[in-house]
Ligand binder design. Structure first.
Ligand SMILES: NC(=O)c1ccc[n+]([C@@H]2O[C@H](COP(=O)([O-])OP(=O)(O)OC[C@H]3O[C@@H](n4cnc5c(N)ncnc54)[C@H](O)[C@@H]3O)[C@@H](O)[C@H]2O)c1
Length: 355
């Protein structure tokens, strides 16, 4: 499992990489739904210069021009890839374009920040990881939630052993839409839950079972994914574009305590329950004694910084300090492998897929 994020974020900038000034010059590809958040946060960071934004759509570029008059605009990605004024490329385009764009960026000596999910296949992810290693370049996959105050707090609580031995991780991410035309709900929404799960559970996932259904556009619009880990830890992810209400709730159960993370709560996003069950043997096997513990509930303080701002600052520091990000290509690959397994199991109506 990865290093603590904060130690890297707080580390002083070295003068090694990519420029002695410590300023990372960035080109952003894709200014659709998510791209504006990437550009806004990069533009607000002191150690970053947004040099160029590229989108195929002139209308999207017009929007960039209005907000950031000093930024160069182009519909031709080659201008970013071949620019000697750009150190890193952020790829904020649909999933099926990630591999080609990331490969071209790495081949041109650029560090890469790429949206989730990393790639469409695990082979593509492996190829990019190998290429980046060979060229000594960084890949960071946008697993945004890892940088939210809530997930940073959950990791702290789990690392401190507060929950005791982990039993389960159960995440629900349901709402009405936004239907994607190129990927299923598994590839669209589940990367969030799976990346958080991967960050919290230190064991290596063993197998996946998924069921689900497609009602409208040929892609699964709801899915129930179960992930098996060694040591009897089990995870479950429920993703659904056909829910009348929005739910963003994760339960993490341990032997000693249980945690509920409700991301829609404004203030008390995390609650820790001193609840549990203990089974002791009486004199015979028929004498099982079950006792329930129901103690205090408390809500630890969660930092409110925008997750993406924290993450992009961390990306810049990883590039400048030559540090491997916690959400590197390997983390992206683990999530892609889980997505592939889930997709395969779903097609086979819940057949178990070993990892
Ligand atoms: N981290 C998160 O929380 C989060 C949230 C939403 C989306 N995403 C991810 O962001 C990525 C983009 O999603 P979106 O919803 O913004 O998609 P979108 O379709 O709204 O926007 C994509 C933009 O990329 C442009 N584009 C596509 N191919 C291009 C190319 N080759 N060169 C230049 N421009 C190109 C399109 O014109 C469009 O403006 C996806 O991978 C998605 O999974 C992440």
């Amino acid at each position: 499992m990865s290093d603590k994020i904060s130690s890297v974020v707080d580390a002083p900038p070295s003068r090694l990489n990519p420029r002695s000034s410590g300023v990372v010059r960035v080109g952003v590809v894709g200014y659709g739904y998510w791209g504006p958040n990437i550009v806004r946060n990069f533009a607000g960071l002191e150690n970053c210069e947004v040099v160029t934004v590229c989108d195929k759509s002139p209308a999207a570029l017009k929007r960039v021009g209005r907000l950031y008059p000093g930024v160069q605009l182009t519909t031709d990605v080659e201008e970013i890839l071949t620019s000697s004024d750009i150190d890193a490329v952020a790829i904020v385009t649909p999933v099926w374009t990630h591999f080609g764009l990331a490969k071209a960026a790495l081949e041109n000596g650029k560090h890469v920040f790429v949206e989730k999910p990393f790639t469409s296949t695990s082979q593509q992810a492996e190829e990019l990881i190998e290429l980046a290693d060979r060229k000594n370049l960084k890949i960071m996959v946008d697993h945004t939630f890892l940088f939210s105050g809530a997930v940073r707090k959950i990791r702290e609580v789990v690392d401190a052993g507060t929950l005791g031995q982990l039993y389960y991780f159960d995440s629900t991410r349901v709402n009405l839409g936004l239907f994607q035309h190129d990927v299923s709900v598994v590839w669209d929404l589940a990367p969030h839950d799976l990346s958080v799960m991967d960050h919290i559970i230190s064991e290596k996932a063993e197998a996946v079972v998924a069921t689900g259904s497609s009602h409208l556009n040929g892609h699964a619009d709801m899915a129930f994914i179960t992930i098996y880990f060694p040591g009897n830890i089990i995870a479950h992810v429920n993703v659904n574009w056909l829910s009348p209400v929005k739910v963003r709730t994760t339960l993490i159960g341990g032997k000693d305590k249980m945690l509920v993370w409700n991301d829609l709560e404004a203030d008390e996003k995390i609650k820790i329950y001193d609840k549990g069950v203990q089974i002791t043997n009486g004199q015979s096997v028929y004498d099982l004694l079950v006792s329930y513990r129901s103690g205090d509930v408390w809500s630890p303080k969660v930092e409110q910084t925008e997750a993406l701002k924290y993450e992009l600052d961390y990306f810049l520091k990883c590039v400048t300090n030559d540090q491997v990000p916690i959400n590197d290509g390997a983390a992206g690959l683990r999530v892609v492998k889980l997505l592939e397994a889930a997709e395969q199991s779903l097609k086979d109506r819940g057949k178990i897929v070993a990892l």
